[in-house]
Ligand binder design. Structure first.
Ligand code: SF4
Length: 382
């Protein structure tokens, strides 16, 4: 099948090779950042100041993320008023208050993204001198897009660290941009076969997406796909032990995996998501639900990533979640799950295909079942 943007099949017939390549890229990023004292220093700063602490592997990913976001969006961000982004984020939060608000806010987001955020400044150029103020403007811009809610929360923690190290922060930020340059090149060598259609998708759809809510999400660059792929690998490693130790496990699948369309699918809505009713024998959701019954985990279909976890906080360590999604939702999904007290892991969709973002009518997507089984420690044939 022709990939719309990415496909884990790459140039081979299965997705297994992809997982080896993503692991190799993650190992190399760890090696590169091991030479830095920034990760250790940041980790200590977070603990000393009682801030939300995560694993050092997540900080490795965040360090690369800072450089990549500065490289991709820094010049656009430098033109936005510092507080404009925060204000717009407050407006976007109204989306959660109901269907009417969701549609009105979606329209507003499309207009703001097109008029203010996309065309200002020149993409892919970074200021010669990067300081904390420049970094704060980036955070403001990310807020304003309405697409980076979880990432901006983490970057705000880094902003406090940079503020504390005022003399050295420009050097660290410039170094993060250099690491991002290395990451972009190396990830193209290792993961480029899996994302070969991202650029042509953006070129072909750019004008259709003008004024649309999805504009920034659907035009995220190739290196951002790679960052999410490597970020997912690092988060999986960081959170694996806590996930295994949970008493209840849930698998959250996107609705683009169901074999039949909305009108024919017999899944039933519950407070945690849709439960499959097994109406189609070849449906992978049905197969995974059957596996869940046998191995004692629950399977829910989720209409949209933003509704995946609800808003209720869980008792930390009780529930482990495996989220299945396309790459651009992986890092934010991992942060969100963790914020609400879940212990997350994730599996990538082998390719994207939902009608909401990528395809006019939607195509049925799937995952590498072996990968899911390994995460759930299900060995041998099921
Ligand atoms: S098997 Fe389940 S998920 Fe698939 S179409 Fe039927 S009810 Fe929907």
């Amino acid at each position: 099948m022709e990939a719309i943007t990415y496909s884990l099949y790459g140039t081979s017939a299965g997705a297994r090779e992809y997982y080896n390549d993503a692991a190799k890229m993650a190992d190399e990023l760890i090696d590169i950042t091991n030479e830095e004292k920034t990760i250790k220093e940041f980790s200590r700063f977070v603990k000393d100041n009682g801030l939300k602490s995560l694993d050092d592997l997540v900080y490795v990913m965040e360090y690369a993320m800072i450089g990549i976001l500065l490289s991709k969006y820094g010049s656009r961000a430098s033109l936005l008023h510092q507080y404009g982004g925060k204000m717009l984020e407050g407006v976007y939060a109204l989306k959660r208050t109901g269907r009417f608000a969701r549609s009105a806010v979606g329209r507003l987001k499309g207009i703001v993204n097109t008029a203010l955020l996309v065309h200002k400044g020149k993409a892919d150029s970074v200021a010669s001198s990067i300081d904390v103020k420049y970094f704060s403007k980036l955070i403001g811009w990310l807020h304003a897009t309405g697409e980076f809610e979880q990432e901006t929360k983490r970057l705000e923690v880094w902003a406090r660290y940079f503020g504390d190290k005022s003399a050295d922060s420009s050097r660290i930020l410039s170094r993060a941009v250099r690491v991002a340059g290395w990451f972009e090149q190396r990830s193209l060598e290792l993961l480029g076969d899996y994302t070969s259609n991202v650029d042509s998708f953006i070129d072909n759809r750019q004008s259709d997406l003008k004024w649309k809510e999805n504009q920034i999400f659907c035009t995220r660059t190739r290196v951002e796909y790679h960052l999410n792929m490597v970020g997912a690998e690092l988060m999986n490693r960081a959170f694996q032990r806590d996930f295994i130790n949970t008493g209840e496990k849930r698998v959250l699948l996107p609705i683009c995996m169901r074999e039949k369309g909305e009108k024919l699918c017999r899944a039933v809505q519950t407070e945690h998501g849709y439960l499959c009713n097994g109406c189609a024998r070849d449906c992978q959701v049905h197969a995974i639900t059957a596996l869940g019954k046998k191995h004692n985990f629950k399977v829910y279909m989720i209409p949209h990533a933003s509704t995946a976890f609800g808003h209720q906080h869980m008792e930390k360590g009780d529930i482990g979640i495996i989220g299945v999604a396309c790459p651009l939702n992986l890092i934010s999904g991992g942060y969100k799950a963790k914020e609400l007290g879940y212990e997350p892991q994730c599996v990538l969709l082998n390719y994207c295909g939902c009608a909401r973002h990528w395809h006019d009518t939607g195509i049925v997507t799937n995952i590498e079942l072996d990968r899911l089984q390994a995460m759930l420690q299900i060995h041998g044939m099921s």
